[in-house]
Design a binder for this molecule. Structure first.
Ligand code: SF4
Ligand code: F3S
Ligand code: FES
Length: 235
């Protein structure tokens, strides 16, 4: 198929504002946006800058605004998009160069929710592991799937308004630990996400759920967190 690929370009050493450049190419319907970006970088303009690593939907580094929706470039095929494809950086974060944004505010918000297992109690007598039933594990299974791509947070209007809003990705991680029956810091995390940059600024817009490449039910998870902050119950 013949593809016209419009890519947002911005070089801080040359441009005051970004602009779009257009590239024409032949592509297979099963080519991914990442393949097309690699083609441009490898054969037309080596200065094109974008992040990618695994190329298989695992590392979360290549979230981009593709034809108006946040997606992973390595999981989005030409045949899903048609002959005209527009690629821009994810929104709400400062553009460093071309499709690369400054992820620092995103990861700072993530760190705020204590994104690690906390349990200071002694280990069981056999000293091996803290057991958990399959039912208890299932409660937070969905939110273990996050790859920190930021597609959710950068599609949320509350985050566009202010990047100190924790955002859905941070809530997904908070959910993963708050509802883990082996973790002991649920109340501390609930307190953190109840602060002014927290849950109250989620207006149930659902953009996050629509954007998630891992199909995590983010808005549902946020609803469970909101309920937990009211009832204090997580088990
Ligand atoms: Fe990406 Fe989904 Fe995780 Fe958000 S919840 S960072 S969209 S994987
Ligand atoms: Fe934003 Fe998702 Fe809430 S898009 S407003 S975090 S439901
Ligand atoms: Fe790793 Fe796309 S390059 S998720």
């Amino acid at each position: 198929m013949q593809v016209t690929l419009k890519i947002f370009r911005y070089d801080p050493e040359k441009d005051t504002n970004g602009h779009y450049e257009t590239y024409s190419m032949q592509a297979e319907p099963t080519d991914r946006v990442l393949d097309m970006l690699e083609f441009v970088k490898g054969t037309i303009d080596g200065t094109l800058s974008f992040r990618r690593s695994c190329a298989h939907g695992i590392c979360g580094s290549d979230a981009m605004l593709i034809n108006g929706s946040n997606r992973l470039a390595c999981k989005t095929l030409a045949q899903e998009l048609g002959n005209e494809i527009t690629v821009a950086p994810i929104m709400g974060l400062k553009v460093i160069k071309d499709l690369i944004v400054d992820m620092e505010p995103f990861f700072n918000n993530y760190k705020e929710v204590l994104p690690y297992f906390i349990n200071e109690s002694p280990l069981p007598e056999d000293g091996k592991e803290r057991l958990q039933s399959q039912e208890a594990r299932a409660v937070f299974d969905d939110t273990t799937k996050c790859i920190l791509c930021a597609a959710c947070t950068t599609s949320c209007p509350s985050f566009w308004a202010s990047d100190d809003y924790f955002g859905p990705a941070a809530f997904v991680t908070a959910h993963r630990f708050i509802f883990d029956s082996r973790d002991e810091a649920a109340s501390e995390r609930l307190q953190i996400i109840s602060e002014t940059s927290g849950l109250a600024r989620c207006h149930t817009v659902f953009n996050c759920t629509m954007a998630c490449p891992r199909e995590i039910q983010i808005t549902k998870a946020i609803g469970e967190l909101k309920l937990a902050t009211i009832t204090g119950k997580v088990r």
